[in-house]
Ligand binder design. Structure first.
Ligand code: AHM
Ligand code: MG
Length: 339
């Protein structure tokens, strides 16, 4: 962690960014801080996996038919308990819950949160980095009732987003539309300390992250894109490198710091794409744009997609803007050929 001139905690930082907003009540700052608290609880449990009986499948599946792990369920309960009862949200939308959860009326606050409590679940049992992803919207409709207008907003309406990565250290990375800032959890004092202020995406795209084993199911444009990327490596120099963990949050975080592009294209197995708009694509799209990159479904900005429901799936292309554009170009060319 780079040494900062002075220690800045997450709570101090969030509060300072909100001071620029005249009339800010402090509720958003308090909410982000509570997400951080939930992250500490999850981080502690992730670190204990193997020691306590928390690894492995819980013997259930979620709405998407995916196997739920005990840690998935622990992370879900933790967020519901800490964030859901914080008094700052009126509704929660989770990868692990089929229905949108409406908070009981007396506890409702002015925000809606969408989240993936533990992204990268298939890696949990093998000590590979996993993470929590979150996206926050303001409740837009008047009155206490939670409406579709409140929950199904486009990504451009996010007021904050970010993720917590449980890796070799635990990091909290967030944006409120004033750049992207990263904090490392100091486990000895239990505080997130600013370690990566104003993160900018490395200008050169060095990394290509994609599950190449889906190759047989891809549309032609993905092969075209891959060919064009690999053609950058010539006899003299390897300019592009393959890095793919299979935990979106970990792949994204590495690419954000190193410069790179991540793709999960739609394919014949997942015709709409695998990843989810509300709690995977949108929050990371907000972060990458704030860091100087781009996120697209191949046809439009992720942030402009109109969500159809809480578990809306998208094709995701995210990273350096020039390479995202190249993917869009390949897709357009491919569509022309097929027409
Ligand atoms: P999850 O939220 O249930 O963990 O699923 C999402 C994960 C992403 O983290 C990762 O990028 C992707 O699924 C990997 O999928 P695949 O194994 O199909 O490549
Ligand atoms: Mg996920």
């Amino acid at each position: 962690m780079p040494l900062m001139d002075r220690l800045i905690t997450l709570t101090q930082h969030v509060r300072a960014t909100q001071l620029h907003h005249p009339g800010a009540s402090g509720e958003l700052s308090a909410l982000i801080t509570q997400i951080g608290v939930a992250g500490k609880v999850i981080s502690a449990q992730v670190n204990k996996a193997g020691l306590v009986k928390i690894r492995g499948s819980a013997g259930t599946t979620n709405i998407q038919g995916e196997v739920q792990h005990r840690l998935d369920q622990f992370a879900e309960r933790t967020i519901q308990d800490i964030v859901g009862r914080s008094g700052h949200v009126c509704a929660l939308m989770s990868e692990e819950e089929e229905e949108i959860i409406e908070v009981k009326e007396s506890d409702r606050g002015g925000y809606v949160i969408a989240y993936d409590p533990l992204d990268g679940s298939s890696n949990i049992d093998f000590n590979v980095s996993v993470g929590t992803i979150f996206s926050i919207f303001r409740k837009v409709s008047a009155g206490v009732e939670v409406t579709r207008r409140d929950t199904l907003q486009r990504g451009v309406e996010q007021v904050a987003a970010g993720y917590i990565i449980y890796g070799s250290s635990t990091m909290f990375v967030y944006t409120v539309g004033q750049g992207v800032h990263g904090f490392t959890l100091d486990p000895t004092v239990g505080e997130y300390i600013l370690s990566h202020p104003d993160i900018r995406l490395n200008a050169t795209c060095k990394v290509l992250s994609i599950n190449t084993c889906n190759g047989p199911y891809w549309d032609g444009w993905v092969h075209d894109f891959m060919g064009r990327m690999l053609a950058r490596n010539d006899a003299d120099k390897r300019r592009i490198n393959d890095r793919h963990i299979g935990s979106l949050v970990a792949d994204f975080h590495r690419n954000l710091l190193m410069g790179g592009i991540f793709l999960y294209p739609a394919d014949s197995q997942s015709p709409k794409g695998k990843l989810r708009l509300m709690y995977e694509a949108n929050p990371l799209a907000f972060v990458i744009e704030q860091a100087g990159g781009a996120a697209s479904d191949g046809c439009q900005r992720i942030l402009e997609i109109e969500p159809e429901w809480a578990h809306h799936r998208v094709q995701l292309i995210i990273g350096n803007a020039a390479e995202v554009e190249l993917a869009e170009e390949c897709l357009r060319a491919g569509s022309v050929v097929e027409a």
